[in-house]
Design a protein around this ligand. Structure first.
Ligand SMILES: *[C@@H]1O[C@H](CO)[C@@H](O)[C@H](O)[C@H]1NC(C)=O
Ligand SMILES: *[C@@H]1O[C@H](CO)[C@@H](O)[C@H](O)[C@H]1NC(C)=O
Ligand SMILES: *[C@@H]1O[C@H](CO)[C@@H](O)[C@H](O)[C@H]1NC(C)=O
Ligand SMILES: *[C@@H]1O[C@H](CO)[C@@H](O)[C@H](O)[C@H]1NC(C)=O
Ligand SMILES: *[C@@H]1O[C@H](CO)[C@@H](O)[C@H](O)[C@H]1NC(C)=O
Ligand SMILES: *[C@@H]1O[C@H](CO)[C@@H](O)[C@H](O)[C@H]1NC(C)=O
Ligand SMILES: *[C@@H]1O[C@H](CO)[C@@H](O)[C@H](O)[C@H]1NC(C)=O
Ligand SMILES: *[C@@H]1O[C@H](CO)[C@@H](O)[C@H](O)[C@H]1NC(C)=O
Length: 610
């Protein structure tokens, strides 16, 4: 046969079996992914990611085809599970760290760390390690209270040794060494034997996020390495037993984007591996959609959504080293995805399709959807869905603290009244309608929407009562629209810090109709710019509301440490009066994903600091 024809046939044969992965699979703030495959539960994949200060935290995602995912529960949903979350300082880097999710004999085990970064490094109470378990991953309430275990480090991951019957866990201590310790997962009793120090990685700083896989008589170890920023990568090694010797994977790093300036997905690393029903291996990892300029100046780059979860295929023949497919937005290969099952778990009334828009009307009898959350622990009485006096709204009672808090960092156990969700699209539009007339009656009372990275990087557009000078020289209290923001980090040069505080009297056209609502909106116009607007809702909820623009901010003014941007509605008296000095009602919560950009845009506005 003609050679060209042969080649053409070969290409056709390949094309027939090509599958496609679209990344990220969990977009926006979804770092440190971990997944497990459960044949016993009808061949279902379950994943979770770090949740830092979010409450509820540790979202559980389920899928049968690795393409369509649903958020089915939150492993941390009761305040009693982690009261200390309310008090964490160093807020941009404290909270729930890298979990590991595993299933065994009918039980799901989730090991994780509550990191108190404000406690000095030498004091091991800084790392509060614990396990939660469940037999029903589809019900938030079924997740257990936490079982604490003593471990002076982070990133714990369990490993069951069938032969000896010992359960071990591996974790990272002082950012340098990975330890193995036997543990009783029911009681949390750990460390009765001296730690065994395992492979330290290939020499870059911060070997961490260890996971062990037992395969073909080997222990395979995957680690993250290189720190959480531009040098981040995934590496592997194997040994016959924990004491070694450990052999480094000949193709390390197995995943990285370091120095690949054409990759939009940067800082790829922190992997976890799992196998499907057909025997195909898969890996999840984290990545930033930061683009090729990331390595030059990570602390001033443009990637507000932070670390997201990506999926790739892995070839792993018996006795051989695994081979990973490199990460990109669209991965095509001769791997076989599980059969499509778009509607899996749709019958679970509380579950939320990952990536879907929000159309939330706070209907009577409803509760808050699984994917909405608070910043640290909420003061429960400050939120009520569809209160009697205003059915079909969400009652927010104000906190004294605004989103900056006292100091851009902590909240000292006080609440910050906020209900939020993640930015999950490169371009999106988020809005809520707020009621204020007769409700906000004192100076500095404010209800608004925020685009929040952390307490020292957020931009808000709000309706605020302000005292202004009246014509006769006295003070007059009147409603204003305020666009206010703060963008500071310890890594930023002073000239690159930003504060904005623009106040606007209500436009003359916003004449009061007695019970008028104001729509407050945030839109990501493109990958670099956000727009903040407001408009009068003229009695008709679905009528076209004419929006006026009150401000802009840039993606690089919201640089993530460990989390990513969220949007939400807040109510605050800006440090004045007591808690709950006013109530307001939020309605018509809408979040619309407009575009998912997964390749470096041909033109992206240059990084400037206006
Ligand atoms: C198992 O999954 C299949 C699709 O993959 C679905 O049709 C079936 O209803 C599921 N069975 C149960 C018991 O959930
Ligand atoms: C360690 O921190 C805890 C607070 O978590 C504190 O109670 C304890 O005194 C500290 N220990 C030392 C030795 O500083
Ligand atoms: C671990 O494996 C190595 C290499 O196979 C072997 O030399 C050593 O004896 C083993 N150690 C233990 C404790 O089994
Ligand atoms: C760099 O990234 C691009 C885009 O994802 C990809 O096509 C290319 O293969 C990568 N190159 C290397 C050397 O990894
Ligand atoms: C994958 O990335 C590595 C860098 O880690 C690079 O050497 C390799 O060429 C890439 N492979 C492909 C197919 O792009
Ligand atoms: C000043 O004018 C405001 C209305 O703008 C009025 O409410 C207030 O009583 C006046 N104060 C004095 C001292 O005249
Ligand atoms: C937040 O509230 C404090 C008072 O607690 C106030 O000083 C600060 O200006 C406010 N800042 C922002 C950006 O909300
Ligand atoms: C993004 O939007 C801003 C504000 O409208 C605009 O100035 C900028 O040129 C846009 N960037 C791109 C790449 O279109």
């Amino acid at each position: 046969m003609h050679l060209l024809l042969l080649a053409a046939l070969a290409v056709r044969a390949m094309a027939a079996s090509l599958s496609t992965i679209s990344n990220p699979i969990f977009s926006g703030f979804h770092p440190d992914p971990t997944c497990t495959f459960v044949p016993e539960l009808n061949n279902t994949f379950f994943c979770t990611t770090s949740s830092f200060l979010m409450f509820p935290g540790l979202p559980i995602y389920a899928s049968r085809d690795l393409v369509h995912w649903r958020h089915v529960s939150n492993a941390l949903s009761r305040q009693e599970q982690l009261p200390a979350l309310a008090f964490l300082a160093r807020g941009a880097t404290s909270g729930i760290y890298a979990p590991t999710l595993r299933y065994r004999d009918g039980t799901f085990y989730l090991m994780t760390t509550l990191a108190h970064q404000a406690i000095p490094g030498q004091n091991y109470t800084r790392w509060d390690n614990f396990i939660v378990t469940t037999e029903d991953p589809f019900d938030s309430m079924a997740w257990s209270d936490r079982v604490h275990f003593d471990f002076p480090g982070i990133d714990p991951s369990p490993d069951w040794d069938e032969e000896s019957g010992t359960t071990w866990f591996t974790g990272s201590v002082d950012g340098t060494i990975n330890y193995h310790v036997p543990i009783d997962l029911e009681t949390g009793e750990a460390g009765s034997q001296p730690y065994i120090s395992v492979w330290r990685g290939t020499g870059l700083p911060s070997p961490e996020a260890p996971h062990i896989y037992r395969k073909d008589g080997w222990l395979y170890l995957v680690l993250a390495e290189g720190g959480t920023r531009e040098r981040h990568r995934a590496i592997m090694a194997r040994a016959r037993n924990y004491t070694g010797p450990w052999e480094s994977h000949p193709n390390n790093p197995v995943l990285t984007a370091y120095q690949n300036t054409s990759s939009y997905f940067q800082a790829v690393g922190h992997a976890d591996l799992f196998q499907d029903a057909s025997g195909q291996w898969w890996a999840v990892a984290l990545a930033n959609r930061a683009g090729g300029r990331y390595a030059e100046d990570p602390y001033n780059s443009n990637f507000p959504m932070g670390r997201e979860t990506v999926l790739t295929s892995v070839k792993w023949e018996e006795g051989q080293w695994p081979e990973f497919t490199n990460i990109s937005g669209t991965i095509q290969g001769d791997f076989q995805l599980p059969p499509p099952d778009e509607d899996a778990f749709a019958e679970l009334a509380a579950s939320i399709r990952v990536g879907s828009d929000d159309v939330i009307d706070f209907e009577p009898g409803s509760s808050l959807p699984l994917h909405l959350f608070h910043w640290r622990l909420p003061v429960a009485k400050n939120y009520k869905v569809s209160p009697e006096e205003r059915p079909g709204t969400l009652l927010l009672r104000s906190s004294r603290l605004n989103m900056t808090g006292f100091d851009g960092d902590s909240s000292r156990g006080w609440g910050q009244t906020l209900l939020a969700r993640k930015q999950a699209h490169s371009r999106f539009r988020f809005s809520v309608d707020v009621e204020w007339e007769g409700l906000l009656t004192r100076a500095d009372q404010e209800v608004g929407v925020t685009l929040l990275q952390d307490q020292s990087q957020h931009f808000d557009v709000g309706l605020v009562m302000l005292e202004t000078d009246a014509a006769n020289g006295s003070q007059r209290l009147s409603p204003h629209i305020r666009f206010r923001g703060i963008s500071t980090t310890p890594f930023r040069l002073p000239e690159r810090m930003k504060w904005v505080d623009d106040k606007f009297a209500f436009p003359a056209t916003w004449s009061s109709k007695g019970d008028s609502r104001i729509r407050l909106q945030i839109e990501a116009l493109n990958t670099t710019h956000y727009e903040f607007s407001a408009g009068l809702v003229d009695g008709h909820l679905e009528a076209e509301v004419e929006m006026e623009i009150f401000g802009h901010c840039r993606g690089n003014q919201l640089v993530p440490f460990y989390s990513g941007t969220v949007v939400g509605a807040y109510a605050t008296s800006n440090g004045r009066y007591g808690e709950g000095s006013f109530s307001t009602y939020v309605s018509r919560w809408r979040y619309t994903g407009l575009e998912q950009i997964t390749e470096q845009p041909a033109f992206e506005s240059p990084i400037t600091w206006d």
